[in-house]
Design a protein around this ligand. Structure first.
Ligand code: SF4
Length: 197
C-alpha cells in the first residue's frame, strides 16, 4: 500500500500542475497550497491575491500579517507544514471583480478538496476564513449572515472556527464587532495552541 505521505505528495504535485480552469484565470494558473500528513491546523481561506500569486507564498500579504497576529504565530511556525496546512477554496488568483477579487473558482474545491482533505489525518482544528470556506464546510449549519455565524463560533468547536477574512477590507467590520478580537481571537489561540502540541 502507498503510504499516505506519498499519496499526498503525488496529489500536491498534480494540484500544483493543474490547469483545469486556466481559461478563466487572468494571470494563468499558479496553484498555491501546502500540506503534510503531519499537519495539525488547517487554514482554509479564499484564493490567492496578486501578491501571493507573484511570490507563490500563501498569506504573504497584509491579510497574512493580521492572521498571524491573531494567532500570535511567527512566520517560521506558520509556514511549517508539519504544523499548518494551507488549502484555500481556490488555489489560483481568480481575477478582479467590481468589488475586489472574484470568488475562488468552484472547480477547484470540487476537484481537489474531496481528495486532499482525507489525506490530512492529524488535523485537530480547521479555521474557516471568509464566506466561501464557511459555505463549503458548514453548509446548512451556517447562520443567516456571516456575522451571526462567526459570532456563534462556539457551536462549531472543536472542529471548526469560522472567521471573518483578515483582509484590510474588513477593518471596518472589526471595528463594528469588537467582540471578535476580545472573545473569539483569545479562544481561538487557545484551541490552536492545543492543536499544535
Ligand atoms: S484554480 Fe484550482 S482548478 Fe483552477 S487551475 Fe488553479 S488549481 Fe486548477
Amino acid at each position: 500500500m502507498v503510504p499516505n505521505q506519498e499519496k499526498l505528495d503525488i496529489l500536491l504535485r498534480d494540484a500544483r500542475a493543474c490547469t483545469i480552469c486556466a481559461e478563466h484565470l487572468p494571470l494563468g494558473p499558479n496553484p498555491v497550497l501546502r500540506a503534510s500528513t503531519e499537519s495539525r491546523l488547517l487554514l482554509v481561506g479564499q484564493a490567492p491575491g496578486t501578491r501571493v500569486h507573484n511570490t507563490g507564498i500563501p498569506w504573504n500579504d497584509p491579510s497574512g500579517v493580521r492572521l498571524r497576529s491573531w494567532l500570535q504565530m511567527e512566520p517560521e511556525e506558520f509556514y511549517d507544514e508539519r504544523k499548518v496546512a494551507i488549502v484555500p477554496m481556490g488555489f489560483c488568483y481568480p481575477g478582479k471583480g467590481k468589488s475586489g477579487d472574484l470568488p475562488p473558482r468552484k472547480e477547484c474545491s470540487d476537484t481537489w478538496h474531496p481528495n486532499l482533505l482525507p489525506l490530512l489525518p492529524n488535523i485537530q482544528i480547521t479555521l474557516l476564513i471568509g464566506q466561501y470556506a464557511l459555505d463549503y464546510f458548514l453548509g446548512k449549519r451556517k447562520k443567516k449572515t456571516l456575522t451571526e455565524t462567526v459570532r456563534s463560533f462556539r457551536e462549531y468547536l472543536p472542529d471548526f472556527i469560522p472567521l471573518v477574512h483578515p483582509s484590510p477590507r474588513n477593518y471596518g467590520w472589526l471595528k463594528k464587532n469588537p467582540w471578535f478580537e476580545k472573545e473569539l481571537v483569545p479562544e481561538m489561540r487557545t484551541y490552536v495552541q492545543k492543536a499544535l502540541i
